[in-house]
Design a protein around this ligand. Structure first.
Ligand code: GLC
Ligand code: GLC
Length: 811
């Protein structure tokens, strides 16, 4: 069942009922000001950091669901309704929500009145605009009032949700004309405030929630709206809100519009006040003036649309399969931008208070983003590297506002260092900008420990090399990519964090997954060394990689698949002798992507085992058989009920590893089969089962052991975005950036006749046509570059600004 449809020409997903299985959200903003917005206008805004600069309030785990947001109440006689249906839930005559790239349009009709809310965060601005358009299509005169409403957050979302004894007394606002200023804590230590404004004169306002909603009221029944209107209340403490009232008399066909804004302003300490106690509003007034009419709103919308069109034009495919095209050309790249911006901080499943930017997460996110805005990827790599410790290990997370490592989570996730090589290598392959390796970057955010980025990579590599266990495989530490495989944890008490309980390092527990990473990204490191002329170092590194590869094919091999790990007692995890958890997806994907066992057959055997043991109709589960009881020696993984999350859920993130791995072996049919199973556009028509948004990936889909098999959770913020983009754009369609240029090596289903791709690469534009007359899955017969045959699959970089025509015939 579907709840909407893709409008590819407009690059929108159009939701046609407000009763989606879960709120289906969008992200507005991609610089400083962000809004999460659901299809019924729920959500919240923040400036840069979802925890420390939360502008509006949102209650997670809410019931009724999704009540806080940017609602507009329309009062038409005795009927009160919202264009997005929520929170009053008056039945609408028509409803639609168009989630576009960086904007959302919600429109509802009731009793001959149409009300539309267009939401956008303009480029280069620290604000969100909401244009409200009310149209009288009833054929008779109508008298109406509309009320926009939002609730402010007292900045630190964590404190806001817990420190009530203080916070119920600190709230402060100022009202000036149609602008409501939220200035809690501005008087003492803050230099920022928020402003909600309208470009028309309001007939009334409220800033006290008790006044607008009522002490025992609810957003579904605000007293001011259902009663006699706003009362011009001024909040002192308690819950400051912004509500305004606009009255109108509309003739038949008459339209009324109103531009609302929500902005964030910072003032330097010496310019905080205009008068004692009165905040300096200059910047806010300038912002308000910039968006005074429809023309400026339309211009902001056009700029945003152009920005996205330009950004996406860096990779566009025409495959003849509209679902594939919409994933590649629009939604997958869009999600890559969102994950790049948010890491795992703020979604409808991530509260924005817990995790900051993840070291491994952000390094992987940029794999799917670097082709869009390489300069931002560059800056991110340097930020991440600065949180690395001198011994090559790393803070697992950092706060985006301070860019400082997060002490509470600390270090000890032994895959982290290698992801820095992965991210930097991707940047080098994309841009050829070798200067990044010379950038001086702090260790542990300490300028005294500054070293060139290349030295960071070296220490990443050496960290793994110097932390090998009894079988010559890398030690796992607290966990590797799988945060829930905690082999040194042994937690017996509720409430302990699986990630930080127990020693951060054990001398025995080893990870075959990190071994696969070391071979894959260690080899990338070797290539980087060679490129820099560091031949001795390259040769030494190569030897270390070869030794780990050998250990992987030795102790790491179980007979028909790669083992997962050795636990703290030296017992096998993910082997046939295990009672539960005999086979895991991660080492199969990573080791085969690394090319381990490609020549000797293990790689093919591993892929076969994945297909036989882990496949389901909704994707590949993480492991089998699921853990049915708690294993003290394995940690969190066995704490989840069977079929959920890391315990045999379909963890979407590592499905594309299998796609990439299958293409390593030339299996285009299978690769595309795996790709399609989790790709949102292909499962749109089971939205009632999948439940999360059909235009983006979710972190996890319940596996076959779960009662809710097929149900998605944790949508949006997942490494799946970057990896699926890699798997389709690089592994299947076969355009792989390398240090030496763009490689063309498609691996496609045999029944594809061909496809074309336009790809921007190092400033040149490549128009690539691939034909597959012999119905092969892999292999190239001929490449013509601007009409000239060439031997190599790698195209030497063309000069920036040029257009290159590439004709490829497979066979
Ligand atoms: C979450 C984490 C990620 C981890 C994955 C598997 O998505 O953000 O870092 O690799 O879970 O445990
Ligand atoms: C839990 C989740 C895992 C996530 C981790 C982050 O362990 O299961 O997916 O990566 O928390 O701390």
């Amino acid at each position: 069942m579907k709840y909407g449809y893709f409008d590819d020409a407009s690059r929108e997903y159009v939701i046609t009922t407000p009763r989606t299985p879960l709120p289906w959200i969008n992200y507005l903003g991609n610089e400083d000001f962000f809004t999460l917005l659901s299809n019924t206008a729920g959500g919240y805004s923040f400036y840069r950091d979802a925890r420390l600069r939360r502008i509006t309030r949102y209650r997670y785990n809410n019931c009724p669901l999704d009540q806080e947001g940017f609602h507009l109440y329309v009062k038409d006689g005795d009927t009160v309704w919202n264009p997005g249906w929520q929170p009053v839930q008056t039945e609408l005559d028509s409803y639609s929500c168009r989630h576009g790239l960086g904007y959302t349009v919600i429109e509802g009709t009731k009793d001959g009145i149409t009300a539309k809310q267009e939401f956008i965060v303009p480029k280069g601005e620290k604000c969100m605009l909401i244009r409200v358009t009310v149209t009288n299509i009833s054929g008779k005169e109508k008298e109406l009032s509309v009320f926009p409403y939002l609730e402010f957050c007292l900045w630190d979302a964590m404190d806001d949700a817990s420190n009530f004894q203080r916070n119920f007394s600190t709230g402060e606002v100022e009202v000036a004309g149609s602008a409501i200023y939220h200035k809690t804590e501005y008087r003492e230590r803050r230099d920022h405030y928020a402003v909600f404004w309208a470009n028309r004169e309001a007939q009334g306002f409220d800033t006290s929630r008790d006044a607008f909603i009522g002490v025992y009221g609810s957003p579904a029944r605000p007293e001011a709206v259902f009663g006699a209107g706003c009362t011009n209340s001024v909040a002192h403490g308690w819950q400051p809100v912004a509500a305004e009232q606009f009255d109108m008399t509309l003739q038949p066909s008459e339209q009324y519009d109103l531009i609302l804004g929500l902005g964030y302003i910072e003032n330097p300490a010496e310019e905080k006040w205009e008068n004692p106690g009165v905040i300096n509003k200059k910047k806010a007034e300038a912002m308000i003036a910039r968006f005074s009419d429809n023309g400026t709103f339309d211009a902001a919308m056009n700029t945003l649309k152009k920005f996205w069109a330009e950004l996406l034009s860096g990779y566009q495919v025409e495959s003849g399969d509209e679902k594939l095209d919409r994933m590649v050309n629009i939604w997958n790249q869009y999600q890559c931008m969102v994950t790049f911006n948010m890491s795992r901080s703020a979604s409808y499943f991530e509260s924005g208070m817990g995790r900051g930017m993840g070291f491994r997460d952000s390094c992987q996110d940029l794999l799917g983003f670097v082709h869009m805005i390489p300069e931002r990827a560059r800056e991110r790599i340097l930020d991440i590297a600065a949180t690395q410790f001198p011994d090559g290990s790393a803070y697992h997370q950092y706060q985006p506002l301070t860019k400082k490592g997060n002490l509470a989570v600390g270090s000890g996730f032994n895959d982290d260092p290698l992801w820095l090589i992965a991210g930097t290598d991707a940047y080098l392959c994309e841009t050829g900008d070798w200067s990044i390796l010379d950038e001086e970057v702090d260790f542990d955010n300490d300028p005294a420990l500054r070293q060139p980025l290349m030295e960071h990579l070296r220490r990443s590599f050496n960290f793994t090399r110097n932390h090998l266990g009894p079988h010559g495989l890398p030690l796992i530490g607290r966990a590797d990519w799988n945060d829930c495989l905690n082999l040194n944890c042994f937690s017996e008490h509720p409430g302990e964090s699986f990630q930080i309980t127990g020693p951060s390092e054990g001398p025995v527990a080893e990870s075959v997954f990190i071994a696969g990473m070391f071979v894959k990204y260690g080899s990338a490191y070797v290539r980087i060394c060679r490129h820099l002329g560091l031949e001795t170092e390259a040769a030494e590194a190569e030897e270390a990689v070869a030794a780990v590869e050998k250990a992987t094919l030795g102790a790491g091999w179980d007979g028909a698949w790669f083992r997962r790990a050795f636990d703290a007692y030296g017992n096998v995890v993910g082997g046939k002798e295990c009672e539960e958890g005999q086979i895991f997806i991660e080492p199969q994907g990573m080791c085969v992507m690394a090319g381990i066992g490609k020549e000797t057959g293990e790689a093919a055997a591993a892929m076969k085992s994945v297909e036989e043991r882990l496949d389901t109709k909704y994707g590949i589960v993480l492991l089998q058989p699921a853990y049915t009881r708690y294993h003290l020696e394995l940690g969190e993984i066995s704490s989840y009920p069977p079929g959920y999350k890391e315990n045999a859920g379909i963890f979407c993130h590592n499905n594309p590893w299998i796609v990439c791995a299958e293409t390593e072996l030339g299996h285009g049919d299978r690769a595309f089969q795996v790709y399609k199973r989790t790709a949102p556009a292909y499962i749109e028509n089971i939205s009632e089962i999948h439940r999360t948004e059909p235009y983006v990936y979710s972190q996890m889909i319940a596996g076959k052991d779960a009662p809710s098999f097929g149900e998605g959770k944790n949508s949006w913020l997942t490494g799946t975005a970057a990896w699926t983009f890699l798997s389709i754009s690089q592994a299947i369609l076969g355009l792989k950036p390398t240090l030496d240029g763009l490689m063309i090596d498609p691996c496609i289903p045999a029944d594809w006749k061909g496809f074309t791709v336009t790809r921007r690469y190092r400033g040149a534009e490549y128009h690539i046509t691939v034909q597959n007359p012999g119905s092969v899955q892999h292999g190239i017969k001929r490449i013509l570059v601007d009409g000239v045959a060439q031997e190599s699959k790698i195209l030497a970089p063309a000069s920036a600004g040029s257009t290159v025509k590439v004709e490829v015939v497979m066979g």
